[in-house]
Design a protein around this ligand. Sequence first.
Ligand SMILES: C[S@@+](CC[C@H](N)C(=O)[O-])C[C@H]1O[C@@H](n2cnc3c(N)ncnc32)[C@H](O)[C@@H]1O
Length: 406
Amino acid sequence: MKISLGPEAWPRPTPSVVSSVVVGEAGTSKVVAVDLFAGAGGLAVGAEQAGCDVRLSVDNDRWSCETLRENHSHEVWNEDITAIRGRDLREALDLSVDENLVILGGPPCQPFSKAAYWVDEGKEAAFRRARAAGKTVDRPSESPEVRPDERRSLVDEYWRLVLESKADGFVFENVRSITHPRHRPVLEHLISEANRTGYETTLFFANAAEHGVPQRRQRVFLMGSKISKPAAPAKSHAPAEKSDELELLSFEPVGPALQPFAGKEYFEPEEVVTGKWAEHLRTVPPGWNYKAHTAWGGHPNPTWETETRFWNFLLKLDPDLPSWTINASPGPWTGPFHWDSRRLRVPELAALQTFPPGYQFIGPRRERVRQIGNAVPPLLGEAVVRGVVATFGAERSAAAPELVSA
Ligand SMILES: C[S@@+](CC[C@H](N)C(=O)[O-])C[C@H]1O[C@@H](n2cnc3c(N)ncnc32)[C@H](O)[C@@H]1O
């Protein structure tokens, strides 16, 4: 099913009605999936839309597991991956001989994120300040040294479970900066182990907007199959100015995606921006950030120099363009903000990630924002998982998600 973000797709204004999204027909699919590091289930929903029968999700975060249980009828384990063995998975799944197993997983990306190396020594910020001041300076080389971070080993844990469970295929997801020289050995090791153990692999660099998501979110996927090399998904969308020439659809803008939640009934107290820079935010035009208040941006009475703040400081959405990446742990002045100078509402964030209509997120707002910001947009996940499912010759039309009252 293609997710519709139109108003008719969100018939219920209040999220107080408990609902579940039941996707697929358990027991009839030839491709069974397990989602490790499942979070709110963005990748799992994508897999269901690609025709997989997702039978198990695992996450060590209590709120994520509650979200998964609220929306899915499959099994959810609130456990640490490191305590699970492949044998446990196979026993729980009770696979029949004609079922293929695919292991999905997006291990935590913080150890590989750009911030992880930029904040190390503050060299990048110093370089940008000097450049903005008109000085000629060399960009600092980013240290290729690997910092100790126990979460790195979760990539190994993911791979251990792919092997121990004798999976027929897998989808691994992470941030683009896992390809940075400092982290690349982790990815290269994963690829060489996969190839050595009989998987054909495809490394896919994705921009979610090129697959119909109203968000320019960049991620890396490693797709693997024991049958044949998975095909990376073809782009379906391009920037409006190039789409005709490329015979693709135009990028989905955020305006129509957010329009269904404009009403007062969706108001969230936390959306109100008050404090030090609230007035500055109000005068940032759509599509701009703090640079609207710099001399570079033409402000007659500038507050900041350009290149002295993070790029998403006071960043405001333009309704005619896709969103920038939704952040899992935004600070008080971190965008993207709504063009009405407020924070985005939870269902707006979910729509920018293409979660299905009515999908519920459980926990305090901070936890719900984190779950949504961490997710693979289901529409992108669907496109990627399809590439692996297709290698089994078992691709079938996805069952339409059906909303049911609990
Ligand atoms: C990037 S998020 C995954 C998002 C998910 N793929 C989606 O599409 O919604 C990573 C998840 O890994 C979970 N996690 C981190 N360490 C874990 C561990 N040791 N065992 C199980 N889950 C873990 C976190 O709670 C978080 O939900």
